[in-house]
Design a protein around this ligand. Sequence first.
Ligand code: G4P
Length: 195
Amino acid sequence: MELLKQKIKNDGLVLSNSVLKVDSFLNHQIDPALMKAIGDEFADRFRLDKVTKILTIESSGISPSLMAALALGINVVFARKRKSLTLVNDLYSAKVHSFTKNETNEISVSKKFINENDRILIIDDFLANGQAALGLLNIVEQAKAKTVGIGIVIEKSFQDGGKLLRNKGIRVESLAQIDALEDGEVKFKEVEVMA
Ligand code: G4P
């Protein structure tokens, strides 16, 4: 997605060989026009898949998911990383380990919001090692719903997540695929790996 790549080039900050800072438009301050374009792009890619609900994880997955959900005319549900006061019973839960942050979270979704008739599109902001996506897939399985695919805003193709998920036969659509973060520069994948 050209608009997104331009934004990453112009406003992204390469912090190290593995971390890209995008807090000026994606995961701290949020650019709504870009987010709308991202939502529309996800909607276009999954429009024929009869998606009934988008599943994401708080917090940075929520804004692209919301815009995609709006474009598809469906609801979005986000997995919580902390137990809320009212979210105590009847939960689907999964453990998600972040290698980037070196922490493990238990994520939860109320059983009320996913059921066996659902066709779920999972969306997240980053795909690195794929652990968040695996946790969300696990929750969809527990609900006996179907995952139609995974939409990712930025895939770091030099980490294992994309391969791991595609090797399971899951359709992964990433709007920007990064091959390397080197010498302060973002190198995008020349030929994008599709589904
Ligand atoms: P994984 O789910 O693919 O295994 O990814 P990983 O554990 O490595 O990532 C965990 C968190 O770190 C996620 O945010 C993810 O968005 C973020 N992250 C991963 N790589 C990068 C990067 O290069 N740049 C930035 N800015 N973030 C990255 P989170 O903990 O879920 O936080 P949030 O959603 O509340 O923002």
